[in-house]
Design a protein around this ligand. Structure first.
Ligand SMILES: [Zn+2]
Length: 322
């Protein structure tokens, strides 16, 4: 917490650096690692989150095009949302945790339709402009440096590429009520992020909107989601009713954002140099896009590292040759 605030003071809201940097300011920002976690089972399958899951499905259906070429899912986890991008020819699932990708692979199977990539979102291993869409759901709330990740995503999107972002909104009705009743110390109207648990951040809508603009995105649509995320409501009101009400209220997202979860659809703006013909991967160490297939994975001709492919998962965290 203390570390984060020291960092936030350097880059105060509204006065962020605007250069197009691909490297993050901190050498190694902390990453929230779900390796070995039973999050999928505990939180989604046994955690009474059916209302949230259904509300998110509706929002994604409204924001996702019915057809497309290649979509990148940043923080794909165990692939809970991947089937919701069925109109795309190929979906690339990226996560920091190999065990989560293995779960996704069990769910979705091994085929050319899905690529599984173990990598750091601060160093996306893809060439410029190779995706026509990116989705990042329930992931940015683990980011110490959200702007750095947004700039990475902008880099890998093609011109006018689509970006679907979900973030946890600190300025929600429950937080406002708790603050007024003095049951919560942090101010939901303050634009600084709040780290409510280690590496779990809630963001102010205005901060997210500024970062998107800084990274080169133009917002096209916003949906507010999970308005009724209160246990006593979920226990008393039928699921179908809550989901239907949420579905109606989602449309108000363009005007105000007071729900705990917000979905933003935006497009990547600005001129960009297309990647060289045939380039898809980018070495996260040396930035070379000169990468060829090798027996055990991908060979970077820039730094001679070998990024292994093991059990159908590309590993961009631990090269074999250094
Ligand atoms: Zn390299």
């Amino acid at each position: 917490m203390e570390g984060y605030y020291a960092y936030a003071q350097v880059r105060k809201y509204g006065r962020l650096k605007s250069e197009r940097r691909l490297r993050v300011e901190e050498e190694n920002p902390l990453v929230c690692d779900y390796e070995g976690s039973d999050y999928q089972k505990q939180f989604w399958e046994c955690g009474g989150r059916e209302y949230e899951d259904r509300a998110e499905a509706i929002a994604l259906r409204r924001l996702t095009p019915s057809a497309g070429d290649r979509l990148l899912e940043v923080g794909a986890g165990a692939g809970r949302n991947t089937h919701r991008f069925e109109g795309f020819r190929q979906v690339v699932l990226l996560d920091y945790a190999r065990s989560q990708l293995a779960l996704a692979q069990q769910r979705l199977g091994a085929s050319d339709r899905y690529l599984y990539v173990e990598a750091d979102a601060y160093r996306l291993p893809f060439a410029q402009g190779v995706f026509d869409a990116v989705a990042m759901i329930r992931t940015i709330h683990h980011m110490v440096d959200p702007l750095a990740v947004l700039i990475q995503i902008h880099h890998v999107l093609c011109c006018e590429g689509l970006f679907l972002l979900e973030y946890a909104n600190k300025r929600n009705v429950k937080a406002i009520a708790r603050w007024i009743l003095k049951k919560q110390t942090w101010n939901p109207f303050d634009r600084q992020p709040v780290e409510f648990a280690k590496l779990n951040f809630d963001f102010h809508p205005a901060a997210i909107q500024v970062w998107l603009g800084e990274a080169g995105f133009k917002i096209t649509r916003q949906l507010t989601v999970s308005h009724f995320r209160l246990d006593w409501l979920k226990q008393r009101v039928p699921l179908k009713v809550l989901v239907s009400l949420d579905s109606c209220l989602q449309w108000t997202g363009n005007w105000w954002q007071l729900s705990p979860s917000v979905f933003i659809q935006s497009v990547a703006t600005g001129e960009r140099r297309p990647a060289p013909e045939g380039a898809f991967w980018r070495c996260p160490i040396c930035d070379s896009v000169d990468i060829e297939k090798a027996n055990q994975g991908l060979h970077c001709l820039g730094c001679q590292r070998l990024w292994p492919l093991r059990d159908g998962i590309y590993d961009f965290k631990e090269p074999l040759t250094t």
